[in-house]
Design a protein around this ligand. Structure first.
Ligand SMILES: [Zn+2]
Length: 269
């Protein structure tokens, strides 16, 4: 067991500069870098392969995490899911929807109530078990079932892409989306005020599982390479950010500014 150096997950370059060094990762120290070629912020060295998967798949610790840390946040998860669905409905008021990395399946549950034919997918059966008990939801863990119901009109993936060991892993769900279908992503916003304020102590900095940190620009560049063009990019979080900051600071933070969560909506070409 140990950490592994990695090139930029987006463009493969090894030209990078350190954003933060000596970031604790279990008994080791790692660093967060920004790629000099494409700008993607990423962890290197990092956990890899089975060591990485063990974070997510060991049933007892996952069950404990979901019950103790995730279930209490369900009201906020529901509020976020409904906001995401409002965004989607403006462009795709009905159709089939795959939520990839669906957590306890709240968004798919809410989508079904709105008339979407939705399916929630997670890698571990523990999500389905906890979802049934605490969220009145259904979460599938059999990928062949998700495949059989393809193609989808909408692919949703919230708080997933920062975890991917290889960004190309996202081709698996994306290949099930029909041409012209919508992609809705959310991920921690590296250009958020919270990141500027807290630096390496920002709560999204979690190098055991969060391997890459996107901005609007890098998320758009990655999606462009996968053949998905942007329709709408915004941030979710404290609303005051947009209203109270002086314009020069907003420009510095980039567009969209501020909020801790980046929300990205695009269309597969
Ligand atoms: Zn790069």
């Amino acid at each position: 067991m140990g950490l592994k150096e990695t090139a930029c997950p987006l463009c493969g370059s090894i030209q990078r500069r350190v954003v933060w060094r000596d970031v604790p990762l279990y008994q080791w120290k790692t660093a967060i870098h920004r790629c000099r070629e494409c700008g993607l912020v990423h962890v290197s060295p990092r956990l890899a392969g089975a060591e990485l998967l063990r974070q997510y798949q060991e049933p007892e610790s996952l069950r404990r995490f979901l019950t103790e840390s995730y279930v209490p946040t369900l009201p906020a998860v529901e509020e976020f899911a409904r906001a995401m669905l409002r965004l989607l409905r403006a462009r795709a008021p009905r159709g089939s929807l795959l939520d990839y990395g669906a957590g306890l399946g709240v968004l798919a549950r809410e989508a079904r109530a709105l008339g979407y034919d939705s399916i929630a997918f997670e890698m571990s059966p523990v999500y389905g078990e906890i979802g049934r008990r605490h969220a009145n939801s259904t979460v599938e863990h059999d990928w062949t079932l998700a495949e059989r119901r393809a193609p989808y009109d909408v692919l949703v993936s919230t708080e997933v892409v920062e975890h991917l060991e290889y960004l190309s892993d996202f081709l698996r769900p994306l290949s099930l989306l029909r041409g012209g279908g919508l992609v809705l992503l959310s991920t921690p916003n590296f250009n958020s005020l919270a990141r500027f304020r807290h630096g390496p102590r920002w709560d999204a900095v979690a190098p055991d599982g969060h391997l890459q940190y996107f901005t609007a620009a890098t998320l758009t560049e990655w999606m462009r390479r996968l053949g998905v063009r942007p329709l709408q990019v915004l941030t979710w979080g404290p609303r005051f950010v947009d209203e109270r900051l002086p314009a020069p600071l907003l420009r510095l933070l980039g567009d969209p500014p501020g909020g801790p969560t980046l929300v990205w909506l695009g269309r597969k070409m």
